[in-house]
Design a protein around this ligand. Structure first.
Ligand code: KG4
Length: 352
């Protein structure tokens, strides 16, 4: 079905088109006054056989996907291009080639419709995903200040969120991200990429105390997962020497023990930060927040320490444009627009 073409009609409603292309998901979403109208994502199966995202292939796939995905998001939202108030796009951090596709499209689209452009920090968007309304009556959203544990394939951070526009990374990984640790250990066990969901599934039937792996001793609220990865690798190497079927015979226990260790590392620093800062509202974001062990630990720890815990639907935890659109909405209300000259950035901004 074609997108409705209408003359621009002045309205007080705010419609934001969000575009996300930072890694291997091409996504577009429309949000009206903070309420989700559509969220369409095209994944990229092309990377599966390589065991990780291949940047050049990712940007080519974004080029193929971006127009159909935006078209579908507008169609599902049931609005015309002339209804839009602004276009928001992920500026970074992420893969530069991937970001360039979304940013260039957003600039061209906004320019052709004479719409304001809003650049969005991908990490800020993960946090603000907690404020996407689906128009349901009993929706609960965090109150400021709150802590957000952002855990994905590329990030492991504790963020102190003071307002929609004022956030600070107070702790982060000094090497691998939590999702990376899951994925790399899964790869050693011969599980498909990304391995995190497979580890989670296998862990359900395993014994979390069967094996012990290294836990980091680092300062402040920072994380490290490279030691865990190495100790996992060494255990497997030594055990497979004794018994070539070791991995197959112990897969569930290995997954359960790995998951227990990752969750324990994540929770330890989160508890410390909540205690030191006297914050009792705790949220989680990013792909790893789908992990059942982490969700359980958050709920149980929340009960124990009197936290109010916020765990978003899985569709808002992985990379998606709804979180870009909601961030764009808050920036729109703040009159925070950008020019056509803003270029994507690959690395983290520490405050946003
Ligand atoms: O936020 P996200 O979708 O995008 C990237 O950062 O790329 O996160 C993807 C990460 C992957 O490392 C994946 O293995 C992990 O999230 N992940 C999980 C689970 N679901 C996704 N890790 C553990 N348990 C899960 N259930």
């Amino acid at each position: 079905m074609a997108i409705k073409e209408e003359q621009h009609k002045p309205t007080s409603d705010i419609y934001i088109l969000g575009i996300e292309s930072s890694c291997d998901d091409t996504s577009a979403s429309v949000i009206k006054n903070g309420v989700l109208l559509s969220n369409v994502t095209a994944g990229q199966a092309v990377h599966e056989r390589y065991g990780g995202v291949v940047p050049e292939l990712a940007s080519r796939a974004h080029q193929q996907n971006i127009i159909p995905v935006v078209h579908e998001a507008m169609r599902e939202a049931g609005i015309a291009k002339s209804d839009l108030s602004a276009v928001a796009f992920t500026r970074g951090p992420g893969l530069l080639g991937s970001l360039l596709v979304g940013a260039s499209f957003a600039k061209g689209f906004a320019q052709s419709l004479n719409l304001p452009l809003i650049d969005v920090n991908h990490l800020q968007a993960h946090v603000l995903a907690h404020f996407i309304s689906q128009g349901k009556p009993d929706e609960q959203m965090p109150e400021f200040p709150f802590l957000c544990l952002l855990v994905s394939g590329g990030n492991s951070q504790i963020i102190l969120v003071r307002s929609y526009h004022d956030m600070e990374i107070i702790g982060q990984t000094i090497d691998d991200a939590a999702g990376e640790a899951f994925d790399k250990c899964a790869k050693v066990m011969g599980l498909p990429y990304p391995g995190g969901p497979h580890v989670d599934r296998l862990a359900q039937s395993g014994n979390p105390s069967a094996f012990r792996f290294a836990k980091p001793q680092i300062k402040d609220y920072n994380y490290s997962f490279s030691g865990l990865k190495t100790s996992f690798l060494y255990l497997l190497r030594d055990k497979v020497k004794e018994n070539p079927d070791f991995i197959a015979e112990n897969k569930a226990d290995l997954c359960a023990s790995l998951q227990e260790t990752v969750v324990d590392i994540l929770m330890k620093k989160l508890k410390l930060a909540a205690k030191d800062l006297n914050v009792r509202q705790v949220a989680v974001a990013g792909g790893v927040s789908a992990n059942s062990g982490l969700r359980k630990a958050l709920v149980e720890t929340g009960k124990k320490y009197g936290w109010k815990v916020f765990i978003p639907p899985v569709s808002f935890t992985t990379d998606n444009a709804a979180m870009i659109a909601i961030t764009g909405y808050f920036k729109y209300l703040n009159h925070d627009f950008c020019g056509l000259g803003e270029v994507p950035y690959a690395r983290i901004n520490y405050t946003f």
